[in-house]
Write a protein that binds this ligand. Structure first.
Ligand code: SF4
Ligand code: SF4
Length: 133
């Protein structure tokens, strides 16, 4: 599962808060759902068709085995979607294919229980208070 790193969620009053930490759910400083591990960011037949129609055959060709026998985005050795850009210095996480991201990325909601669970897992992994680390 993966969620949209929504650049529109930039103003503090737009962002819901993480009920556990009280931090704003700022996707551009999180990316936990895009680092959920190999096979978790699923690609649908509709994504493949849309990419081919939009001249993004490169995305359609660059897939990996996903959970449940499905197709997924490839991941780095650390389990992050290969299209996740992590800027350690600026403490930012951005989707490098935001306009072409998959349907699951678009549907994933900041503040959903899956979002909060992935954030909790990243904190408990010892990667710091902020899920970006
Ligand atoms: S886990 Fe939640 S807050 Fe973090 S990037 Fe995904 S949707 Fe945004
Ligand atoms: S395509 Fe973008 S939003 Fe979707 S999992 Fe990869 S980095 Fe995250």
């Amino acid at each position: 599962m993966a969620l949209p790193l929504d650049p529109e969620l930039t103003r503090p009053h737009d962002r819901p808060l993480d009920p556990t930490t009280g931090e704003p759910l700022d996707c551009t400083r999180c990316g936990a759902c895009c680092r959920a591990g190999p096979g978790s960011q699923l690609v649908t037949a509709g994504d493949l068709r849309r990419w081919r129609e939009n001249g993004r055959d490169d995305l359609a060709r660059n897939t990996a085995p996903g959970h449940f026998g499905e197709v997924a985005f490839p991941t780095t050795p650390e389990g992050a979607c290969v299209y996740l850009q992590i800027d350690e210095i600026q403490d930012r996480t951005l989707c490098s294919i935001y306009e072409d991201r998959a349907d699951v990325c678009r549907a994933f909601a900041a503040g959903s229980w899956q979002c909060l669970e992935l954030r909790r897992e990243r904190r408990s992994d010892g990667r710091g208070r902020s899920p970006t680390r």
